[in-house]
Design a protein around this ligand. Structure first.
Ligand code: SF4
Ligand code: SF4
Ligand code: F3S
Length: 266
């Protein structure tokens, strides 16, 4: 497909750590080179594109103009809103202004990661910059790919579903696609039988840990966390947190930095 025929994505970075982009470039269904060069037309993405500085700004404005009314806007990061948004700027402009302008020309806005969905770590108490998710900051419905980071499989699936059906996938009360966030980690966990048998890891490295027992007593938040990590895994299906012996931190839930803490206590 030529760039004209491929669906266009403009990807903006706000207040974030770029971990969501790091996860995205490890996409394997399809691989990232195929995704970027053959499936999508990624017209702007600060991490993977060549231009920088003024040239990058020019690229962004050219892309927004050229693909107006046709592009999917992907946002990574929360948006600081205190004091007119002065605590988060790119090229001298508050992120909230950039987001508003870019969202106007988009057919859909996708929030990539818990920062973009709900504010993320920037929004943790006491949240001095009044950071919030893109949807809340702009007063619009975003497709929320929650997770810190989210799984690129779910992001690609949401884009493909939107393009094929021409509408947003069914979303839950927190704006997350139900196909990926409809069940809890606990519902689909391979350690669940150990939970039912009250076989718990008590300490990292103990006999229970070696035998793959349940991590509930190590603070696992799987019972309260909606995501499909055990089914799709990360890094080409290599593994996922609980599979690697670490409790789920609840990273796809709103305000998990506050609501799920302390992470290592059940
Ligand atoms: Fe980083 Fe997590 Fe925010 Fe993604 S959601 S930008 S991985 S802190
Ligand atoms: Fe549930 Fe966590 Fe135990 Fe898995 S490890 S069964 S998600 S409490
Ligand atoms: Fe996040 Fe828990 Fe999955 S910490 S990556 S939702 S296992």
């Amino acid at each position: 497909m030529t760039a004209k025929e491929r669906p266009t994505v403009i990807w903006l970075h706000f207040a974030e750590c770029t971990g969501c982009s790091e996860a995205f470039i490890r996409s394997s269904y399809p691989w990232i080179d195929e995704l970027v060069l053959e499936v999508l037309n990624v017209a702007y993405h600060e991490t993977i594109m060549a231009p920088a500085g003024h040239a990058a700004e020019k690229s962004l404005h050219e892309a927004m103009e050229r693909y107006k009314g046709k592009y999917i806007l992907v946002c990574e990061g929360g948006i600081p809103t205190a004091d007119g948004g002065v605590w988060g700027k790119v090229a001298g402009r508050p992120m909230i202004e950039i987001a508003k302008e870019a969202a106007k020309g988009a057919v859909a806005v996708m929030a990539m990661g818990t920062c973009a969905c709900y504010g993320g770590v920037q929004a943790a108490k006491p949240n001095p910059t009044k950071a919030m998710g893109v949807g809340e900051a702009l007063g619009i419905q975003t497709i929320n790919l929650a997770g810190c980071p989210p799984n690129p499989v779910n992001a690609v699936s949401a884009v493909v579903q939107f393009l094929l059906l021409g509408r947003t996938p069914a979303l839950d009360d927190y704006g997350r696609p139900k196909f990926a966030y409809g069940a809890t980690i606990h519902d689909k966990c391979p350690r669940r039988a150990h939970f039912e048998e009250a076989e718990f890891v008590k300490r990292f490295g103990d006999e229970g840990a070696i035998n793959g027992w349940c991590l509930f007593e190590m603070g696992c938040k799987g019972p309260d966390t909606h995501n499909n990590c055990s089914l799709v895994k990360f890094n080409d299906g290599t593994n996922w947190p609980v599979g690697a012996g670490h409790p789920c931190l609840g990273c796809s839930e709103p305000q998990f930095w506050d609501n799920m803490a302390p992470f290592y206590t059940s």
